[in-house]
Write a protein that binds this ligand. Structure first.
Ligand code: NAD
Ligand code: IPM
Ligand code: MN
Length: 353
């Protein structure tokens, strides 16, 4: 059988605390299903590494990671020592771009046993996928500051959308919608205010959508779409969005399911020309780091998404079942209203596998 090479990059803050729990569960599931995972722990792509060396990653980062079958990633960022735009553009955002991980798939689901902050909602009412464009859009470094330091100072930062880039994420979202029971796609837009790029984005959705007649499409301005995530979450099945809109929706959605500590993500290069990257949606959480109280589920579920992408759906499902049971029976970390540690919760999930 094949041995999968996985880079394990813990990063900073709670990334270093949830990573061992993710590995614990992957270890359990790989033994149960006879999957061979060979992990390479990597301590760069972290602010510690930056402090030691003056850069986030070694010059040969690409040569080291390209041979991997996947990257399992914790979280990066320690703003007390390294400005966020330096640490993130020096690591995670570089991976997404340079490994062309143009799909950021972010499931949102309300679990049984987790109190919902939205009144009257039960599991099943919130169950959708955010498909976030992950390589272009609002995330560019095109622009600059002019007349700096004067009272005429101006700043320009461009957004860039390409037909190639929009069409491929739309195509992915339509195909995903087509495979689901409800076959419903919401396109996040803002074609009233952002009057060049967003009507264009709507037009690309119309064009790409022609090939998917069974999928119903609903274009919504991002402002009301956000409101409906809160008021009518059962409307959503698959939601496709530009890079920044998708970023915001993928914290909002999980917040409505009780905690962002549950939310996983898959940064995919579907063509498998480059390794894909699997990580929690959340960051390094400096406010709770070092206390062993972070919820490890986002990290563990991201590991399940990694196995699914590698073709092991049975192992993915086993992890999900163990997460579901643990959320019902406990132990639970403080963000879920409990008093358990990160380790307690990770162990409980691993033991159920
Ligand atoms: P954050 O996601 O780290 O934290 C936001 C809030 O959610 C905090 O109150 C935190 O305690 C809580 N939280 C997050 N994950 C949790 C978990 N697993 N269990 C319980 N509570 C959890 O966002 P932030 O505070 O905006 O960013 C902190 C740092 O992380 C910054 O450096 C930021 O740039 C970085 N960041 C990195 C990533 C990433 O690596 N993918 C994602 C988001 C933010
Ligand atoms: C995420 C994060 C990143 C993003 C940051 C850390 C650059 O918020 O993965 O959602 O904006 O994409
Ligand atoms: Mn985010």
């Amino acid at each position: 059988t094949k041995t999968y090479k996985i880079a394990a990059i813990a990063g900073d803050g709670i990334g270093k605390e949830v990573m061992p729990e993710g590995l614990r569960v992957l270890d359990a599931v790989s033994r149960r299903f006879g999957i061979h995972l060979a992990f390479t722990p990597i301590d760069w792509a972290s602010c510690d590494h930056y402090q030691k060396t003056g850069q986030m990653m070694p010059d040969d980062w690409r040569e080291q990671l390209q041979p991997m079958d996947a990257i399992y990633f914790g979280a990066v960022g320690w703003p007390a020592t390294v400005p966020d735009h330096i640490s993130l553009w020096g690591s995670l955002l570089k991976f997404r771009r340079e490994f062309d991980q143009y799909i950021n798939l972010r499931p949102v689901r309300l679990f049984e046993g987790v109190p919902c902050p939205l009144a009257g909602r039960k599991p099943g009412d919130i169950d959708y996928l955010v498909v976030r464009e992950n390589t272009e859009g609002e995330y560019t470094n095109l622009g600059g500051v002019m007349y700096a330091g004067t009272d005429r100072e101006i700043v320009i930062q461009e957004s860039v959308y390409s037909r190639f880039g929009a069409d491929r994420v739309l195509k992915y979202a339509f195909e995903l919608s087509q495979q689901r029971a409800r076959k419903h796609l919401t396109v996040a837009t803002k074609s009233n205010g952002i009057a060049i790029a967003m009507p264009w984005w709507d037009g690309r959705a119309d064009e790409v959508g022609k090939a998917y007649p069974t999928v119903t499409v609903d274009k919504q301005h991002i402002d009301i779409l956000s409101a409906r995530f809160v008021l009518q979450p059962d409307r959503f099945d698959v939601v496709v969005a530009s890079n920044l809109f998708g970023d915001i929706l993928s914290d909002l959605g999980p917040a409505t399911t009780g905690t962002i500590g549950l939310a996983p993500s898959a940064n995919l290069n579907p063509e498998r020309k480059f390794p894909s990257l699997f990580e929690p949606v959340h960051g390094s959480a400096p406010d709770i780091a070092g206390r062993n109280i972070a919820n490890p589920v986002a990290m563990i579920w991201s590991g399940a998404l990694m196995l699914q992408f590698l073709g092991h759906t049975d192992a993915h499902d086993a992890i999900l079942r163990a997460i579901e049971r643990t959320l019902i029976e406990g132990p639970r970390t403080p963000d879920l209203g409990g008093t358990a540690t990160t380790t307690d919760m990770g162990r409980a999930i691993a033991e159920l596998i």
